[in-house]
Write a protein that binds this ligand. Structure first.
Ligand code: ADP
Ligand code: ADP
Length: 219
């Protein structure tokens, strides 16, 4: 569902990605684990066409993102929850997203319910949300079009332990329904109990990949 093949990215002399190759299979939850600066965001941005690879290719559902027929319904992304429009309420942000996809307003209520923001979304604008609430909103936004693939950059950042547990349940449910998920984190504990596979990245290179059990044995 997602395939990185020898992807490299150089920013003015900084090698952010160095021959990154891995795949995320159908229904898999893959944790993309590495310290800050490892290249996780860059890889995800290359995947969804926000940044050009210097070499190599990244595809989703068998094609470069830019060539998908209905990307908004095929791939849901959360790339930077902190960057959400601070002056709008969560409901406004989701309503705009739903309108863009041509979805009925009822989908906004379904999504608010799914991410646990029902009743809280309009009390204040996003600028007054906690980071955890922004993450929930961002995940909801990614889910609007019922995508087959989810790309979530640090979705657990700012969630409290109950929030991390909630996210685990949500992602497991989505994966049981066939959704493929790539989620990044710099913290092993955020991904090890939800991911069926882990890709470890450091300084732009894939250091190891496999199931949590396989990686534990290799330690
Ligand atoms: P992560 O998401 O794992 O924290 P990033 O992909 O954000 O890692 O960053 C990988 C490397 O690329 C870092 O060294 C970072 O400083 C550098 N980098 C990221 N974005 C840019 C940019 N727009 N211009 C220059 N360097 C960048
Ligand atoms: P060190 O030897 O420096 O303590 P480790 O080999 O323990 O380093 O871990 C290096 C990185 O790999 C860390 O970011 C850690 O979170 C991660 N890591 C270690 N073991 C596993 C595992 N079984 N599964 C996934 N990630 C792991």
């Amino acid at each position: 569902m997602i395939e990185f093949s020898h992807v490299s990215k150089v920013y003015k002399g900084v090698k952010a990605l160095d021959e990154v190759s891995f795949t995320v299979g159908p229904g898999s939850i893959t944790g993309f684990l590495g310290p800050n600066g490892a290249g996780k965001s860059t890889a995800m941005r290359v995947l969804v066409g926000l940044c050009r690879a210097t070499s190599g290719s990244a595809t989703v559902l068998g094609r470069p993102y830019a060539e998908l027929d209905r990307p908004g319904f095929q791939v849901g992304t959360l790339l930077d929850a902190a960057a959400q429009h601070p002056g709008r309420t969560g409901r406004e942000i989701l309503t705009l997203g739903a309108m863009t996809l041509g979805l009925p307003r009822s989908r906004v209520d379904e999504v608010l319910d799914l991410v646990g923001l029902s009743g809280k979304e309009s009390r204040r604008t996003v600028g007054g949300y906690s980071l955890g609430m922004r993450q929930r909103l961002g995940i909801g936004h990614a889910l609007l079009g019922r995508p087959a693939v989810l790309v979530l950059d640090e979705p657990a950042n700012g969630l409290d332990p109950q929030g991390v547990q909630w996210m685990r349940g949500l992602l497991r449910g989505l994966s049981d329904a066939g959704c493929s998920v790539l989620l990044s984190s710099h913290l092993l504990h955020e991904v090890e109990r939800v991911a069926d596979r882990i890709v470890m990245i450091g300084r732009g290179r894939v250091l190891a990949q496999g199931t949590v059990e396989e990686l534990s044995r290799g330690r």
